[in-house]
Design a protein around this ligand. Structure first.
Ligand code: SAH
Length: 256
């Protein structure tokens, strides 16, 4: 029997047509699809001949058990000769445990392949007209986890986050107040502009902007999944919106 293979595929930030062509092809060829909560139903439906298994988080789940179930499903189905697609939001290697999953596959002697996806860390700001780099304003960006990982107590280098041109936080909406306080404590000016983008690239996209001084109030209506972007580049959005208003052009922004 021919052994199967596991494809760790990035589904992109949200909008189904931001999927790569390679991801689309592999979805159509998949025998088994393992997918998370953040993946659009339209993308799940592209796996026309696959058995579809939800492996996303439910409230109160034991994370370790959940991850072990995913490993067992991937390895078991691949060893039984099936092609397995493990679909993840954004890019599999950006806070997606994709690296860990590939490692476990390698250890089990199962063939694995990773397919990059557009990460929300770049695409969500972009969908709100915030470029993470901009000549003369910011020549670096860093992506930080807004939530402590289970094995990572010193999870944010606050000094780096306070100094870098553009700081992007994923999984951080619930901890916005702490993030703001820590950045100010580590020397970032209170005038630094901040944007929160909820469900970026999707029709429901919502954007809130402010500065470190007032973003907690300004973004009170924003909920997960959302990306936080901190830095002067947020002003580019304001400038673009102002120009857009002058010209009457509305096609640059999907929503928000
Ligand atoms: N691997 C993913 C990130 C996984 S962590 C990637 O590369 O995009 C999940 C976090 O991603 C969420 O908590 C949120 O911060 C961010 N996120 C995912 N989809 C998003 C979207 N459509 N808009 C804004 N942020 C999003």
């Amino acid at each position: 029997m021919k052994a199967g293979k596991v494809y760790l595929i990035g589904a992109g930030p949200g909008a189904p047509d931001l999927l790569t062509l390679r991801a689309y092809r592999l979805l159509q060829e998949a025998d088994i699809l393992l997918y998370d909560r953040l993946v659009d139903p339209e993308v799940v439906a592209m796996a026309t001949s696959a058995e579809k298994i939800f492996v996303g988080k439910n409230k109160g789940d034991d994370m370790q058990k959940r991850q072990e179930r995913i490993f067992a499903l991937m390895i078991g189905h691949a060893q039984a000769g099936r092609n397995v697609v493990r679909l993840k939001g954004g890019d599999p290697f950006v806070f997606g445990r994709g690296g860990e999953e590939l490692m476990v596959l390698a250890e089990a002697g199962v063939a694995g392949e990773v397919v990059p996806g557009i990460s929300s860390s770049v695409a969500a700001p972009e969908a709100a007209l915030v470029p993470v780099t901009y000549r003369g304003i910011s020549a670096s960006f860093g992506v930080f986890a807004g939530q402590p990982g289970t094995r990572n107590p010193a999870y944010i280098d606050w000094t780096a986050a306070a100094r870098i041109g553009t700081a992007v936080f994923l999984m951080g909406v619930e901890r916005l107040e702490t993030i703001v306080a820590k950045l100010i404590e580590h020397g970032r000016s209170e005038d630094t502009p901040v944007a929160l983008i909820e469900r970026g690239t999707l029709p429901e996209q919502k954007v809130a902007t402010g500065t470190l001084a007032d973003i907690v109030e300004q973004a009170a209506h924003i909920a997960a999944p959302a990306t936080i972007v901190v830095g002067e580049v947020v002003r580019v959005r304001e400038r673009l919106l102002a120009l857009q208003q002058l010209s009457g052009e509305t096609q640059w922004v999907a929503a928000g």
